[in-house]
Design a protein around this ligand. Structure first.
Ligand code: HEM
Length: 281
């Protein structure tokens, strides 16, 4: 649909534009049909069902959604939207977490002061509160999501694999929460992580006081002992200190979120492959 632009002449050419007494017309392509626009929005304004479908399939962002959704899948009464809320909170935590990284230094000398300063000295210091409360909320929404999936029997075939991916996501969410807990480096954080690390000491197979630790040995050589077990790996030594703080910081900001993202991609992909969100039977 080419638009036309009509120009009239200037006084210099006798006021007739082309100088021949007629109106001159110049072809003009609307911006929405220019090559530039079409290179980004390939499907035009979707006015039909087929065009809407192509619009979804052709967009890198929209195609993350299914082209068609059964009605029950968007009913809050059925899903409680807890999976969606968990994902939303994960995004909020990622953004606020990156902002916090500009100000926080994971050292024994600086950590506690930096956290205090975040509330009083730093513009948008509220980011810390959003990050903290968002983290508490995400733990709650993930548990509620799991509860909903259980109550609607959505763990049954063909979704049993996705249930297992979900369990891994739950454990990783808990570990994200646990590792973030140490970063304020206050008394609560230090003693909470001391308790957690002592629990790791008693973990089956991996903790040197746990059941089965002695099994991991060859002859007289024990692979799991006080200097090489889950607790030691968590703390970065025998006792909680600067090495623990750095370890938790790297795991909390890079290591675990990266793994969570990979499992979330698999989780969402599996929902589609299993025929979309389950329905009431
Ligand atoms: C970070 C954590 C998680 C996120 C972001 C997440 C996200 C989602 C989303 C967005 C859905 C679509 C339906 C809905 O919103 O309810 C879903 C479905 C599902 N999730 Fe999760 N999830 C997480 C953890 C879990 C956990 C802990 C489990 C179970 C152990 C689980 C098992 C499932 C299953 C089986 C489905 C398919 C449910 C159905 O078809 O009705 N997810 N998840």
């Amino acid at each position: 649909m080419a638009d036309t632009e009509t120009t009239t002449g200037t006084p210099a050419d006798g006021g007739n534009g082309a100088g021949n007494g007629k109106k001159a017309t110049r072809e003009r392509t609307p911006f929405a049909e220019s090559a530039f626009w079409r290179s980004i929005f390939r499907s035009g304004v979707p006015r039909t069902r087929a065009a809407r479908m192509m619009g979804v399939l052709n967009s890198v962002f929209l195609h993350l959604h299914p082209v068609r959704l059964p009605k029950h899948a968007v009913k809050v009464k059925y899903t409680w939207c807890m999976g969606g809320l968990s994902f939303f909170l994960f995004l909020v935590l990622t953004i606020t977490g990156i902002l916090l990284m500009f100000y926080y230094r994971p050292t024994v000398e600086a950590a506690y002061g930096d956290i205090i300063d975040l509330g009083s000295q730093v513009p948008l210091g509220i980011m810390r509160e959003i990050h903290r409360w968002g983290a508490h909320l995400m733990v709650i929404t993930v548990w509620l999501h799991m509860f909903r999936v259980f109550m609607t029997g959505s763990y049954k075939p063909p979704r049993e694999f996705n249930w297992m991916i979900g369990v891994i996501l739950l454990v990783l969410t808990m570990f994200l929460s646990f590792s973030g807990y140490l970063l304020p480096w206050d008394q609560l954080a230090i003693w909470a992580v001391t308790v957690g690390a002592n629990m790791a000491r008693a973990a089956p197979l991996l903790g040197h006081e746990g059941p089965g630790a002695a099994l991991l040995s060859i002859g007289d050589v024990n692979f799991i002992h006080a200097g090489a077990d889950a607790k030691f790996a968590l703390l970065g030594g025998r006792f909680l200190g600067g090495a623990t703080l750095l370890r938790f910081y790297v795991l909390h900001c890079i290591g675990v979120p990266f793994i969570v993202m990979i499992f979330m991609i698999v989780h969402f992909w599996r929902i589609r492959k299993d025929g979309g969100i389950s329905g009431p039977t």
